[in-house]
Write a protein that binds this ligand. Sequence first.
Ligand SMILES: Nc1nc2c(c(=O)[nH]1)N[C@H]1C(S)=C(S)[C@@H](COP(=O)(O)O)O[C@H]1N2
Ligand SMILES: [Mo]
Length: 440
Amino acid sequence: MSSPEGPRRLMLLHRYNAYTLSFLAVSGIILFLPGLRAPLAPIRTALKDVHIGAGVLSLALLLAYVPLLAGHWLRLARRYGQQLNVVSTAAVVVGWTLSGVVLWLHRWLPTGWAAPALTLHDWLTWGAVVWGVSHSVTRWLNIRFPLPHVWTGRSRQRAFDPGEFAAPVAPPPPRWRVPLTRRNLIRAALTAAGAWVLYAGYKGLGGDGTGGSLGADPGYQPATGAAAVPAPDEGDDPGPAGMAKGTPGADAPKPRDAKPLGGGRSGRFRLYTVTEKVPAFDPKTWRLTVDGLVNTPRQYTWHELMALPRAVQVSDFHCVTGWSVLHCTWEGPQLGELLRRANAKSSARFVKFYSGDGAYTDALPLDFALQADNMVPFLLDNSPIPVGMGGPVRLIVPKMYGYKSVKWLQRIELVDENHEGFWEVRGYPNDAFLPKSSQA
Ligand SMILES: Nc1nc2c(c(=O)[nH]1)N[C@H]1C(S)=C(S)[C@@H](COP(=O)(O)O)O[C@H]1N2
Ligand SMILES: [Mo]
C-alpha cells in the first residue's frame, strides 16, 4: 500500500511540474514562432539556455515522480479514463524530454537525430496546445461529455445506489452565459493566446513573419531601385512544386541538367528572416557588388551573374536549431569565382556578406571562402530560389551551419578583420563548423 504521504507529495510534485511545464510551453512557443525571431533576437540564446535549464528541472521532477507511480496507479484501478490520462500525459512528457535532450546535445550526437527530435518536439507541443485550448473552451462553457461510468470509474462508488435504477439524470445544460469574473478573463486571455499560437502554427510553422525593424548595418548599401516586399508568410519551404513562381519568364536561369543532380531534396526549409521586409527582385535593377580590399571591384547585373561559369553541387543543409534538408542541388557561380575576379589585395583576410534586407550580415576567412563548395547559387533543385528562401541569390556554405548562408545576398566585401555576424553577436557559436561526420 502507498504511504499517506504519497498523495500529498504527488500534489506538490504536480504543482511544481505544472509551473515548470507552463514555463517550458511559453518559452518554447516563443522560441518557435518565426515572427518573434527579430524582436527577441537579443535574448534568443539566453532564452534557449533557460528553456533547456527548465527542461532539465522537469526531468528531475519526472524522476522524483517515479517512486510514487505504483501507489498512484493502484488508486486509479479500473478508472480507465484516468489511466489513459496518466499514460498519455506520461508519454507526452517523456517524448518532450527525450527529444529535448537530443536537441540540446545535437551537436555531439550522430547527424540525423536532431531533425526527427525537432519534429517530435514541435508536434507534441502543438498537440498539447490543441488539447489545452479545447479543454479550456469546453470547461469554460461547462460542456460535459456524457462518459460511460466504466470510463470515469464512478460506477464502483454507486454500485448499490437505488437511484441507478431510476430515470437517468440528464447532464446539466451548457452554461452559455459566462460571468465576467477575473478568473474567466484570465482564462479567456490564455485561450485567445493559445488560439493565436494555433493559428500561427497552422500557417505552416510560419508565424506572421512580422519582426521589429532593426538598425541597418553601417556598411549596408540599399539595393538600387528595389522595392521592399513583405517578408514571406508562406511560412515554409514551398517544396519543389511551389518553386515555379521564382524568377519571372525570360529572366529565369536555366538549369544545366534535365533533372536535379541530387534527385531532389528531402526535408523542408523553415523560412527565417530577421526583418519585416525583404528585398523584392527586379532583374533590371538587381546588382551584386564585390568590393572592399580588392583591385577590381565589380557590380554584377542579373544577366552578368547568370553568364558566369557555374557549378552544380549536391549538399545537405543544417540549421543549428535542429532541422536539416538533405541532398539539395545548388547551381550557380562558386564564391571563389567572384572572389578571384575581384582580385583581392594582400591585406584582405576576411570576406563579409551583406543581405539586401539591410540587417543580416556574416563573414568567412578568405582562404576558407575560396574553397570550391562555397557557392552563390540562383537555382535549387533546378528551380529559381524563391524570395522566401533568399532568392534570387543566397550564399551556401555546406561545411557550416545555416546561419552562415546569408539570404538575399547583395554585397560581398573583402576586409582585413573578422566581422561577427548577426547571430554570432547574439550568442550563436563563432565556430559554425558542422560536426565532421555531417560535412557533406
Ligand atoms: N538575410 C538572412 N539570411 C539568413 C537568415 C535570416 O534570418 N536572414 N537566417 C539564417 C539561418 S539561421 C538559417 S538556418 C538559414 C535558413 O534558410 P531558409 O530561411 O531558406 O530556410 O538562413 C540563414 N540566412
Ligand atoms: Mo539557423
